[in-house]
Design a protein around this ligand. Structure first.
Ligand code: BGC
Length: 373
C-alpha cells in the first residue's frame, strides 16, 4: 500500500502516468523488434485501456506494435494470432478470450521460437507460454468478500443475510480464482447460516456469466429475482467485476421488489460503475492499475527480447508492488512463472486515489470521475 501511495504521489507531482517499469534508458536499443498484442475485446473498457497502455509503452520503448482486439471471439483471436505469427512478430503478449482454446495456435509460435507471454489471463494446456503477468486473482475475490464481511459486520451481528454470487466467463481462468477467493472467504458464514443463498447457486458453474457480458448478468439476475425474491430482501450480490455488476444494478432497478440497497461488489474501476459508486448503487470496486500491469509486461518482454531470462529479482527494479510466484498458477501442463501485482479496494470515500494514479480525473461537476485521456 505504501508503495502505491508513493507511486501515486510521484505521478501527481510529475503530472504523468505512474510508470511501473524502469525509465526507458535503453530506448532505441530495442531497434524495430515487432510485438504482437492480442486483446480480448475493444468494447470492454478494461481491455480497451490495456490495449492502449500496452501499445503506448511498447512504442515508447522503441518497438513496433501489432495490436488486435478479437471481439470476445476465441476463434477470431486464434486467427488474429496466426496472422501475427505469419508476420514474424518477435514476441506475443496475449490476453486470451478463452484460455482453453489457444494451445494449437501457440504450437505454431513455439515452432518459430517466438516467446509467448500470457497477459492477465492464463493460457491453459500448453508448455509454449513462458511467463504470466497478472494480479493476484484469488486475492481480488477475497477482497470483495472481506468487504462484504465488514459491511454486514458478519462477525458481530446475527443475520441472517441473503446473498447471491455472480461470476465471470467459464473460459477465463481468472474467473474461477475470483470466485474461489470470494466464496471460500464467505463459506464459513454460509455454513453457519449467517449468510443464506436463496437461489441455491453456490458453484462457479451455476453463477458463471457468458462472456462477462452486462446483458447476460442482467438477464441472469432478473431470473433469480423473479424466482427467489418475490417476498425476500436481497442483502448482497457478490459480483466478480464491473461489467457484471452493471448488469445486476440494471436488473435491480427494473425488477427488485424488496427494500434497501444491496451491497454490490465489482472489479476494474469502469467509469459507469464509479458513477454508480458515487450514487450509492454499487458499494466498491477492486482496482487493478492497468498501466502498472502494462509496465511489468514491458519489463518482462524486454528481457525476453534481449535473450535474457526474467527472474524473481526483476521485481526489485519495479516501482509498483509485484511478487514473483512460480507455485500458484498451473496451466495443466506446468507451473507458469508469474509476476503478480497487488489490487486495491475503491469506495466512494477514496476515489481520489484513482485520480492520484494519473489515469482518471474529476469531471466538470467535480462529483464523478472520467478517464484522463
Ligand atoms: C480480468 C478482469 C475483467 C474480466 C472481464 C478478467 O480476466 O482480470 O479485470 O473484468 O476479465 O473482462
Amino acid at each position: 500500500m505504501k508503495k502505491f501511495f508513493a507511486a501515486a504521489m510521484a505521478a501527481v507531482m510529475m503530472g504523468s502516468l505512474v510508470s511501473c517499469g524502469k525509465d526507458q534508458a535503453d530506448k532505441g536499443e530495442a531497434g524495430k523488434k515487432k510485438i504482437g498484442l492480442a486483446m480480448p475485446a475493444e468494447e470492454l473498457e478494461r481491455w480497451n485501456s490495456d490495449g492502449a497502455y500496452l501499445k503506448q509503452q511498447f512504442e515508447e520503448a522503441g518497438y513496433e506494435v501489432v495490436l488486435k482486439y478479437s471481439q470476445n471471439d476465441a476463434s477470431k483471436q486464434n486467427n488474429d494470432v496466426l496472422g501475427m505469427i505469419s508476420e514474424d512478430v518477435d514476441l506475443l503478449l496475449i490476453a486470451a478470450v478463452d484460455g482453453d482454446q489457444m494451445s494449437k495456435t501457440l504450437e505454431e509460435a513455439k515452432a518459430k521460437n517466438i516467446p509467448i507471454v500470457a497477459y492477465d489471463r492464463l493460457i491453459m494446456n500448453t508448455d509454449a507460454i513462458t511467463y504470466y503477468i497478472s494480479f493476484d486473482n484469488y486475492k481480488v475475490g477475497k477482497m470483495q468478500a472481506d468487504f462484504v464481511r465488514d459491511e454486514l459486520q458478519l462477525d458481530s451481528t446475527s443475520g441472517p443475510y441473503n446473498i447471491e454470487f455472480v461470476a465471470g466467463d467459464k473460459g477465463d481462468n481468472n474467473a474461477r480464482y475470483f470466485f474461489n477467493g470470494a466464496y471460500e472467504t464467505l463459506e464459513p458464514y454460509i455454513e453457519s447460516g449467517k449468510l443464506v443463498v436463496p437461489s441455491g447457486k453456490t458453484s462457479f458453474e451455476r453463477v458463471a456469466t457468458d462472456g462477462w457480458k452486462t446483458d447476460n448478468a442482467e438477464k441472469d439476475m432478473k431470473g433469480t429475482l423473479s424466482v427467489n425474491y418475490k417476498d425476500k430482501n436481497l442483502d448482497v450480490v457478490l459480483c466478480a467485476n464491473d461489467s457484471t455488476a452493471l448488469g445486476v444494478t440494471k436488473a435491480l432497478e427494473s425488477s427488485y421488489k424488496g427494500s434497501g440497497q444491496p451491497v454490490i461488489t465489482g472489479q476494474d474501476g469502469d467509469i459507469e460503475n464509479l458513477r454508480n459508486i458515487v450514487d450509492g448503487k454499487q458499494s466498491m470496486t477492486v482496482y487493478k492499475n492497468v498501466s502498472d500491469e502494462a509496465g511489468v509486461a514491458l519489463e518482462v518482454c524486454k528481457k525476453l527480447l534481449d535473450g535474457e531470462i526474467p527472474a524473481a529479482n526483476l521485481t526489485e527494479s519495479l516501482d509498483c508492488e509485484c511478487v514473483f510466484d512460480s507455485e500458484s498458477y498451473n496451466n495443466g501442463v506446468k507451473y507458469v512463472q508469474s509476476y503478480l501485482l497487488v489490487p486495491y479496494v475503491i469506495t466512494k470515500d477514496n476515489l481520489q486515489l484513482l485520480v492520484n494514479t494519473g489515469l482518471y480525473r474529476w469531471d466538470s461537476s467535480n462529483k464523478y470521475l472520467e478517464l484522463n485521456k
